[in-house]
Design a protein around this ligand. Structure first.
Ligand code: CA
Ligand code: CA
Length: 301
C-alpha cells in the first residue's frame, strides 16, 4: 500500500498547491497524520506558551487523485484510523467556549490502551475521527489556513468523519489535492474546550471520482445519514447554510416543491453541532438515508 509520510504537510489550503504524491481511483493508501501540535506536546509539565503556534494543525499532503477535474465530486472512503498510543488535551485561557473562565493553561497526556483512552483513571472508549480534511478551494474562495473550515472542508472537527464514513468534496482543481491531519481518538460534539483527544494517526483511505457533479459544502455519509457539513461566523449562519442545502437536496432528489422539502426537513432532518471553537463554527444537517439515499441525491445534481 502506498504511504504518504507525515513530514509532507501544508498549513494553508490554496487553489494552486504542489502535490506530494498521486493516487488512483479505487486504490487504498495510507496517510500518516500528525497531531494538531505537530507532536510538540510530550509532557504535562510543558508550558503551552512555549509551543510554536506557526506549526499547529499540519495537514499531510496534498495528494493528487488521478482523473479528478474541476466540476467533479471527490469521494473519500475512510477505511481505518489507527491512532498512536498516547495523545493530549489542553485548556488554554481565552480559547474554547468557556475560554473566559480559564485562569491557567493545563495540558493532559492521555494514554490509549487497546480501544480505551485512560482519563483520570476512567476508561473511555475511543472513536477515532479526522479533524482536518479538505481539498484545494475554488479560486474565488481564496486561501484558507488549515485551522479553518469552509466549502473545501478543512478544520471541520466533525465526529462523523470516522471509520466507515464516506466524504464527498467539490473538486476545484485538477487532482482535487486532498490533505488531512488533526485526528482525535475521541471528541464530543462541539469540541467545547478547543481540543479533542489530539493524536497522531495512520489513516487508510480509498478514493473515487463522481464525474460532472457539483456540491457546495462537504457531505459525510454514515450508515444512517447523509450529512451536509456547513460552516459560518455563527451557529445561526452555519445552520442556515446546512439547512438551505439539505432542503435543496430533498427538493431535487425527491422531486418535490421547495415548500414541501422545507416542511419535510423540519420533520426528519437533525441539525448537529460539529464544533463551535474554530475561527468559523461548523454544523451538520443530517438527512436520514431512508428518506434520501446518497445515490438519489447525487443523481439529481
Ligand atoms: Ca481541529
Ligand atoms: Ca484537534
Amino acid at each position: 500500500m502506498k504511504v504518504i509520510p507525515g513530514d509532507k504537510v501544508i498549513y494553508t489550503f490554496k487553489h494552486d498547491m504542489d502535490y506530494v504524491d498521486k493516487v488512483s481511483v479505487g486504490e487504498r493508501f495510507k496517510v500518516v497524520t500528525n497531531d494538531c501540535w505537530f507532536q510538540q506536546i510530550k509532557s504535562e509539565n510543558q508550558a503551552i506558551e512555549q509551543i510554536d503556534f506557526n506549526v499547529v494543525n499540519p495537514a499531510t499532503g496534498p495528494i493528487y487523485v488521478e482523473g479528478a477535474e474541476p466540476g467533479d465530486v471527490l469521494k473519500v472512503k475512510i477505511i481505518d484510523i489507527a491512532v498512536a498510543d498516547y495523545g493530549s488535551a489542553a485548556v488554554i485561557p481565552n480559547e474554547g467556549l468557556l475560554g473566559d473562565k480559564v485562569t491557567k493553561p493545563v495540558v493532559k497526556i492521555i494514554r490509549v490502551e487497546e480501544d480505551y483512552a485512560i482519563f483520570n483513571g476512567m476508561k473511555l472508549s475511543i472513536d477515532p475521527m479526522i479533524g482536518v480534511i479538505g481539498v484545494a478551494p475554488a479560486l474565488e474562495d481564496g486561501e484558507w489556513p488549515t485551522g479553518s473550515p469552509w466549502h473545501h472542508g478543512g478544520n471541520m472537527d466533525t465526529t462523523d468523519i470516522k471509520i466507515g464514513s464516506t466524504l464527498y468534496f467539490p473538486v476545484n482543481q485538477r487532482g482535487a489535492l486532498l490533505a488531512l491531519g488533526d485526528c482525535h481518538a475521541r471528541m464530543g460534539d462541539g469540541e467545547v474546550c478547543v481540543t479533542g483527544l489530539e493524536i497522531g494517526a495512520e489513516v487508510t483511505l480509498e478514493v473515487d471520482v463522481i464525474k460532472h457533479k457539483s456540491i457546495t459544502w462537504p457531505i459525510v455519509e454514515t450508515d444512517e445519514y447523509v450529512m451536509i457539513i456547513a460552516s459560518g461566523d455563527s451557529l445561526e449562519k452555519a445552520s442556515y447554510e446546512a439547512t438551505s442545502q439539505a432542503v435543496e437536496y430533498l427538493k431535487s432528489g425527491l422531486k418535490m416543491s421547495w415548500e414541501d422539502a422545507y416542511m419535510l426537513a423540519s420533520l426528519v432532518v437533525d441539525l448537529k453541532i460539529s464544533q463551535l471553537v474554530d475561527p468559523k463554527v461548523t454544523v451538520r444537517a443530517a438527512i436520514p438515508k431512508y428518506v434520501l439515499p446518497i445515490n438519489k441525491l447525487m443523481e439529481a445534481l
